[in-house]
Write a protein that binds this ligand. Structure first.
Ligand code: SAH
Length: 496
């Protein structure tokens, strides 16, 4: 199994490290260049060199983009219309990377980030920009992607203004923080970008308050009770990561300790102390994940105390969430996405609906009342089990979820005579598989909505899909304020 598949319930955008989108690492052997710090495109530049740069726009990862002698320069943290003195950190055949030394002319959209560590750790790429400018950026990201791939009719698409949050903070319903002991001090927080230096984070403004209260209280309890903490250098000790998830509906919290050892010395006292200090915690779990590994979760999860699930209600349906079950990180905006999908689908009671890339069935189950039948597919067996359980507890009798890929099962159902009238796809960042696109073009379901978390693969997929469909509109929704991440709902209509 690939690493991606082993990590259950995680949409590519959940915790996975950001992939640089600007190509592969420079390989001097392949390019024929002798010195990796100059390049062959006629522009001479070296690592460490400083120069002033005017920022023209933001790239899809939220970094400032300028041009040095016509060569593209990526500068994290710089904003459009700013003039910055930058220092070159990387020279590649196709681009230069640089960091800001000084901003000479500031953008009116620049603000002081609420989180002072925003430029050190991942997940705060745009916190130095006003919120309206962030929303405008997210509309521009899809425009840039369309411009690049140029699907049929792209310049006339109706790109709707990004739907933002009234309060673009405290939205993350889950915190998954590593724990380390440095000297006497226990740190619980996030790693500095591309390092293993852990920054202790008492306050994180994008996190739901409860997740932080629980996290910080547990940190104190670990300290007070001298619970064994994982030491990465020695690959010894117990507690590696604390995961806290909260239900928006009930306010209840679920805690999982990811441990290096099977044994969890001191867990009884710890559970007792948590029960006393944190009544909102209704379930405590241990996940065993031994050794040095970049994966947060191991295979095995056991309950130490309390309830098996927390419950979340989404558009009137209740979902039971075990520690590893996938749920979108932003409850408020997730509901907006699903409502947008519902509106765009325009369902009738005669429709057969396919919920492709279903996760635990949140989309299909919340739409089941509106249609004749729902079928969904998902590659993670536990998620499919959860989806079918969720159907049962909500008394949904017309929905069925199967384990398998969308590209396999969608054609299979059609060939067996179960023909979809409506299709909603919600793929990971990689977008739709070629075989699925082919089948969609062949069978052309009348109603079709594409929920995307990656503007680039969406634009690529639209090149194919617009052979049979028109793009009615693209509605971007800000699921991850303060980050560069993009989410959108696309309504497609069959060409006459
Ligand atoms: N629709 C769900 C989940 C979306 S995340 C929600 O809104 O919560 C995308 C899901 O697609 C993940 O659960 C992932 O496991 C699943 N997936 C990835 N590749 C797939 C494929 N080829 N076919 C079906 N499902 C896939």
């Amino acid at each position: 199994m690939t690493e991606e598949k082993k990590r259950p319930y995680q949409k590519g955008h959940n915790n996975s490290p950001k992939k640089p989108y600007y190509g592969k690492k420079f390989d001097p052997r392949k390019s024929g260049a002798r010195r990796p710090d100059t390049n062959t495109n006629g522009v001479s530049v070296r690592i460490g060199q400083n120069f002033p740069l005017t920022i023209k726009r933001l790239g899809i990862n939220g970094e400032g983009i300028g041009y040095f002698k016509r060569k593209i320069v990526f500068v994290p943290g710089a904003l459009p219309d700013e003039v910055a003195v930058v220092k070159v950190t990387e020279v590649e055949p196709k681009y230069i990377a640089a960091k800001v030394l000084k901003i000479r002319e500031k953008s009116p959209n620049r603000v002081k980030p609420l989180d002072e560590f925003a430029d050190e750790v991942g997940g705060f790429e745009l916190e130095h920009m006003t919120y309206p400018a962030q929303l405008a950026f997210k509309k521009d990201v899809i425009m840039q992607a369309l411009e690049k791939f140029q699907p049929r009719g792209w310049s006339d698409y109706d790109l709707r203004d990004t739907i933002g949050m009234a309060d673009p903070y405290q939205y993350r319903n889950k915190a998954q923080f590593p724990v380390r002991k440095i000297g006497d001090k226990i740190s619980v927080g996030m790693y500095k970008r591309s390092t293993h230096d852990l920054v202790d984070l008492p306050v994180v403004h994008t996190q739901d308050q409860t997740t932080m209260i629980v996290m910080r209280t547990i940190r104190e309890l670990l300290d007070k009770l001298s619970v064994s903490i994982y030491n990465e250098d020695k690959n010894r000790g117990t507690v590696k990561t604390i995961v806290v998830r909260v239900s928006h509906t009930t306010g209840e919290a679920q805690v999982t300790f990811v441990t290096n050892t099977d044994a969890f010395p001191g867990d009884t006292a710890l559970i007792e102390a948590i029960n006393k200090a944190l009544p909102q915690v209704t379930g405590i779990f241990q996940n065993f994940n031994p050794g040095r590994t970049s994966l947060v979760w191991g295979e095995e999860t056991i309950k130490l105390w309390g309830q098996d699930y927390i419950e979340e209600t989404v558009l009137g349906k209740t979902f039971q969430l075990s520690p590893r079950a996938f749920m979108q990180l932003n409850y408020t905006q997730m509901s907006v996405v699903y409502k947008e999908a519902l509106e765009a689908l325009d369902l009738t009671h005669a429709d057969k609906l396919v919920d492709a890339y279903a996760g635990v069935g949140t989309i299909g189950l919340s739409l089941a009342d509106k249609v004749d039948e729902v079928r969904g597919m998902e590659i993670i067996p536990e998620a499919v089990d959860d989806a079918n359980i969720n159907a049962k507890i909500n008394h949904v009798n017309n929905a069925k979820y199967e384990v398998g890929t969308a590209e396999e099962l969608f054609p299979k159902w059609q060939s067996e005579g179960w023909v979809a009238d409506a299709l909603v796809v919600d793929p990971p960042r990689t977008g739709l598989d070629t075989a699925l696109r082919r089948e969609i073009l062949r069978t052309q379901p009348e109603k079709f909505v594409y929920i995307s978390c990656n503007a680039s693969t969406l634009a690529r997929d639209l090149v194919d899909l617009t052979k049979a469909y028109k793009v009615d509109y693209i509605q971007s929704i800000d699921m991850f304020p303060q980050t560069a991440r993009w989410e959108g709902v696309v309504k497609l209509t069959r060409r006459a």
